[in-house]
Write a protein that binds this ligand. Structure first.
Ligand code: CTP
Ligand code: CA
Length: 226
């Protein structure tokens, strides 16, 4: 059990974390997904639990193992993640959306295995619902944190996401940098708020990134009420 200054504790706070990469089915044995490991989200959930928060972790495909005592809701697709998040949203104080949600899914899911026919195959995809944007539109008093994995123009894209999705903070990383992003134990992130760049963190373990982020959230929520 760790000790945190009162301003950094999350005792009594209801925290919702999403993690992992969504899986969008084509047929019973095939799907579209991405490289997200879920490690960042699992680290955030564990760190929040250690600060006394009541944590729900909504996890899509991941290689991470949940810490003992963590409440994990398993989902597969973007649509299932949306429904799981919405079911909890009204009773949540802080939402941290670290999941890599598919932007597109197959228009239809074949009931049986697709057989090969022609020399080429064209898949028709449709947009998924933007979960974070939906939460931003329905925001009451929740503190909303988004993620942005970018390969260029990190600041411009991060600020655009923060504003468009009505977030309180956006955690941005340049996934082309070694030691950042998918499937590694470390991350290098910049954190943006409505006023612009808030923190530019060095390469840290994902657990350390989680703790720095949670301290920022706790301080900002404290400031909002006092
Ligand atoms: N996100 C979401 N639902 C989606 C797509 C993204 O909730 N259907 C969330 C992610 O969980 C993340 C944030 O939005 O917290 C940013 O995701 P990202 O992929 O970086 O941004 P997009 O808005 O999807 O834009 P693009 O992929 O075109 O950069
Ligand atoms: Ca996206």
């Amino acid at each position: 059990e760790q000790w945190f200054a009162q301003s950094q504790s999350l005792a009594g706070k209801r925290v919702l974390v999403t993690a992992g990469g969504t899986v969008e089915r084509l047929d019973p044995v095939r799907y579209l997904t991405n490289d997200s490991s879920g490690l960042m989200g699992f680290a955030i959930a564990e760190a929040a639990m250690n600060r006394g928060a009541d944590v729900t972790l909504i996890a899509a495909k991941t290689t991470a193992q949940p810490a003992a005592g963590l409440h994990v809701v398993r989902v597969e697709s973007a649509e299932q993640m949306l429904q799981a998040v919405l079911a909890k949203y009204a009773e949540t104080d802080i939402v941290i959306k670290s999941a890599a949600v598919a932007d597109y899914r197959p228009v239809s899911v074949a009931a049986s295995k697709i057989k090969k026919t022609g020399d080429t195959l064209v898949l028709e995809l449709e947009r998924t619902t933007d979960i974070l944007k939906t939460l931003g539109e329905q925001k009451q008093s929740q503190f909303l944190v988004g993620f942005a994995a970018e390969t260029d123009n990190v600041m411009a894209y991060a600020m655009d996401k923060l504003q468009r999705k009505n977030c309180d903070l956006v955690v941005a990383n340049d996934i082309t940098r070694e030691g950042a992003g998918f499937n590694v134990d470390t991350n290098i992130v910049d954190i943006y708020g409505p006023e612009g760049l808030v923190a530019s963190l060095p390469q840290l373990t994902k657990r350390e990134v989680a703790d720095r982020l949670l301290s920022l959230i706790a301080e900002r929520m404290e400031r909002a009420v006092t």
